[in-house]
Design a binder for this molecule. Structure first.
Ligand code: AMP
Length: 361
C-alpha cells in the first residue's frame, strides 16, 4: 500500500507501554482508530485505545486477528519476538520495516551498520564468550563498557570494565555473552536527534536535545542543547543518513556522544524516543503525531521548535499522587502520567515538559 491510510483507518501498535500510549493518543487526535497488542491486560496504551488485545507474543491466532483489524502495524519497542513480526507481516505492512529493527535490536549489528555508513562510533568488538575478552580489550581499549548484544535498555545488561582481571566475572554477571565490548567514551555531553522519514522519503528532523542520564536511565532532555551550529547541523545530517540508508518509515531516535573531536553515534532506536518527549511542548507537531503521520502515509508535520523546554522523567515514586498534584500546580509544567499501577524503583511513571520560554538560539 503506498497511499495514505486516512482518518478512520486503524493503526495497530505492538507493545502497550507509555510510548504506545502516547502514540495512541496522537493517532486518536487524527481521527484514527488504534488497536494495541500487549501481553499485559490494562497496559498503559490499552487504557486509551479503541481496541486492545492482551495475548502472548506466540499466540498466532491472536496476532493474525490483530493484524487483520489494522491497516498498518507499528511498534513501540525493538525487541518484539521475530515470530510475532512474521505473523503480522503476512497480513499488513509493518512500519518501520524489519530492516530498521534488525539494525537496532542487536548492538553488534547496530555498531557494524553505523560503521559501515562511515559514521564514528566508540571502538567495539564482539564477545561471544570469555575466550574473546583479551582480543576485544585490545581492540576497544580500557576502560570499556561490556553490554549484552540484545535486550539491554536503561543501562541494564551493562558493566564497566576497568581492568582485564575482572572482565570474565563481569561477562558472567551479564549472562556470559553474546556481548559487545565498547571503548568508554569520555564525552563532554550526550545529545540525540529525533527525526522522521515519510513513506515517500521526506525527512524532518527535530532539533537535537541534550540528555543527562543517571544510572543508565534518561533523567532530563533540554532544548536547545549546548551544541555549536556546526554540531547541530552534523547531528541532523547523521540522522538523515541513517534514516535514508534504512529506507526507514517513521520516527527514529539517534543517541550521540559529543566529544572534543566530534560526534559519535551511541545507539539508534527505530521508534519514538524518550529524548523526544520535549516535542510535545516545544513543537506544533510532536514526535508521536509525526510517527503516526509517517507510518500512515500522511504528509509529515512541521518539526520546528517554538519554545525552550526541559523534559524530566518521573521515576518510581516521583509520580505519586501528592507529587503529581504539586507538579500540576506549576503553570510552566505540562504533566504526563502513564497510568502504570505500581511505582517500582527505576520505573518510568511519567514525565514533565517544563516550558523555559520562547525559543532562543
Ligand atoms: P545505552 O544503553 O547504550 O544507551 O547506554 C546507556 C548510557 O550509558 C549512555 O547514555 C551513556 O550515558 C552510558 N554509556 C553507554 N555506552 C557508553 C560508552 N561506550 N562510553 C561511555 N558511556 C557509555
Amino acid at each position: 500500500m503506498t497511499e495514505a491510510a486516512g482518518p478512520g483507518a486503524c493503526l495497530g501498535i505492538l507493545g502497550g507501554g507509555q510510548l504506545g500510549r502516547m502514540l495512541a493518543l496522537a493517532a486518536a487526535r487524527l481521527g484514527l482508530r488504534v488497536h494495541v497488542y500487549d501481553p499485559a491486560p490494562g497496559c498503559p496504551a490499552a487504557q486509551v485505545a479503541w481496541r486492545a488485545t492482551a495475548a502472548g507474543w506466540d499466540d498466532a491466532a491472536a496476532l493474525a486477528a490483530f493484524a487483520a483489524s489494522a491497516d498498518v502495524v507499528t511498534y513501540e519497542f525493538e525487541n518484539i519476538p521475530l515470530g510475532a513480526l512474521d505473523a503480522v507481516e503476512l497480513l499488513r505492512p509493518l512500519r518501520p520495516s524489519r530492516r530498521s529493527l534488525a539494525a537496532s535490536a542487536d548492538r553488534l549489528e547496530e555498531k557494524t551498520f553505523l560503521a559501515g555508513l562511515g559514521l564514528a562510533t566508540a571502538p567495539f568488538a564482539a564477545v561471544d564468550g570469555p575466550a574473546d575478552l583479551p582480543a576485544a580489550i585490545a581492540a576497544a581499549g580500557l576502560p570499556a563498557v561490556l553490554k549484552t548484544r540484545r535486550l539491554g535498555y536503561d543501562g541494564k545488561g551493562q558493566a564497566r570494565i576497568d581492568a582485564a582481571a575482572g572482565a570474565a566475572a563481569q561477562l558472567a554477571a551479564i549472562g556470559g555473552g553474546p556481548a559487545i565490548l565498547e571503548g568508554f567514551v569520555a564525552f563532554e555531553r550526550e545529545a540525540s536527534v529525533v527525526a522522521a522519514r515519510g513513506l515517500a522519503g521526506a525527512v524532518v528532523a527535530y532539533e537535537p536535545g541534550e540528555n543527562l542520564h543517571e544510572a543508565g536511565i534518561l533523567r532530563r532532555t533540554t532544548v536547545p542543547a549546548r551544541l555549536s551550529p556546526r554540531q547541530r547541523a552534523e547531528a541532523v545530517l547523521i540522522a538523515g543518513r541513517i534514516l535514508n540508508a534504512l529506507d526507514h518509515v517513521g520516527v527514529m531516535g539517534v543517541e550521540l556522544f559529543v566529544t572534543r573531536t566530534g560526534l559519535l553515534v551511541n545507539e539508534i532506536a527505530p521508534r519514538v524516543h524518550n529524548s523526544g518527549h520535549w516535542t510535545q511542548a516545544g513543537c506544533v507537531i510532536d514526535q508521536f503525531e509525526q510517527h503516526v503521520r509517517a507510518v500512515m502515509g500522511w504528509p509529515l508535520g512541521d518539526g520546528r521548535r517554538h519554545a525552550d523546554v526541559e523534559m524530566v522523567n518521573l521515576i518510581g515514586s516521583e509520580a505519586d499522587a501528592a507529587e503529581a498534584l504539586a507538579l500540576a500546580a506549576d503553570p510552566a509544567v505540562q504533566l504526563h502520567l502513564y497510568g502504570k499501577g505500581e511505582a517500582r524503583p527505576g520505573r518510568k511513571m511519567g514525565h514533565v515538559n517544563r516550558l523555559l520560554g520562547p525559543a532562543r538560539g
